[in-house]
Design a protein around this ligand. Sequence first.
Ligand code: FAD
Length: 384
Amino acid sequence: MSDFDLALVGFGAAAMSLAVRLSAHYPGRIAVVEPRPLPLDDQTWCGWRVHDHPFIEQVERSWTSWSVRYADEDLVRSSQRLPYEMLRSSAVQQRALGAVEIRDDWSYLGGVSLVDSALEADSWRLTLSDGREISAKRVMDSRAPTLQLPRPWVWQSFIGREISGPDLDGSGPVGLMHFLEDDEPLLTFVYELPISDSRRLVELTRFTPNRPDRAELASALDRLLEQRRCGGYTVKREEYGNLPMAPIAPYDRDGWMRTGTAGGSMRPATGYAFHGIQQWADQCADALIAGHEPAPPGRQRIMDWLDGVFLESLWADAELGQAPERFMTLFRNTPPESLVRFLMSQPRALDLWGVLRALPAPPMIAAAGRYSLKRRQLACPTQA
Ligand SMILES: Cc1cc2nc3c(=O)[nH]c(=O)nc-3n(C[C@H](O)[C@H](O)[C@H](O)COP(=O)(O)OP(=O)(O)OC[C@H]3O[C@@H](n4cnc5c(N)ncnc54)[C@H](O)[C@@H]3O)c2cc1C
């Protein structure tokens, strides 16, 4: 049995972000366990670059403007200082695989999954799907959690297609949320990345209490693309996800830490995780290199509370058919950089004030009351 200082269970965004930071300076031995064949061009990670990160060279495109649209209103917001950037999972994976490869003392265990674990004295014995066993003093586990999401929390379910064609305009802003009128709770919108003059990612997204069937989402996207026609296009690839818009409690016990989405890195009100993971990875790598105990992804109570109130207000709005208007109000009334820092979980005090002032007081106070009462009965979702 091989012994390691650290086992990374799952080589997704969180584990890769950590490995890239550790490969030059961490003295310990690392095992990486990942069942999927990598690299895979099946996810696009976007967000506003509020801080630098080690994947700048993997940024394929960035934009200084983004739009939100509902009914006749098309709001375009901009910032030169805080661009919205796009990274392909395959590019990040190539970079991270390279970081693992340069370490002769690390082991990349690809094509296998973790099937069992047991704590023995001061280390974990991990059993892999091919029957191998390894031991590790510390485990960072990013496997997806099994969750039930009670109101106000919802799933962000989406299917996206990267299409290619001669008439796709790459010069416009990112289409962040272009709301559609439909009867699905709570709301539905189209997310569009104009990657270039011949490439575009078009995603149909729902904030929904129940994860929709993938085929049903796919046919709704088919209809949308058909309506738009997009000048004749070919589908290059598809991406699909169900992101838990909920505060996942940190977990760090006996040397076993949950990381990434499973550890609470995803922002409940937005589903953004990649840039939050970068900040956790900075701190975690610094601690490990210095020989200190690393901390799990941090949660700010105030942000969880605000997200809970905001989502609770969306449920009430949705009953009145007004959920998109809540987002339009937020984007219309908040200074763009304040809102961006807020969405990326890095607000300054004035940003928080700007966001709070942007939203109408009566429905938000009512939502705060309902959420505060309900919150006592709600446990944070955790892995089953
Ligand atoms: C299609 C898609 C698009 C997204 N777009 C954005 C975006 O634009 N911006 C943003 O901020 N966030 C986005 N996200 C959300 C989030 O950033 C990603 O889900 C990100 O990958 C989360 O990283 P993670 O490390 O927590 O989990 P993952 O990247 O999902 O990594 C978990 C890993 O665990 C592995 N695994 C599973 N079972 C086992 C097992 N038994 N043993 C070992 N390994 C196992 C999986 O194969 C996987 O590689 C998106 C998510 C999806 C699905």
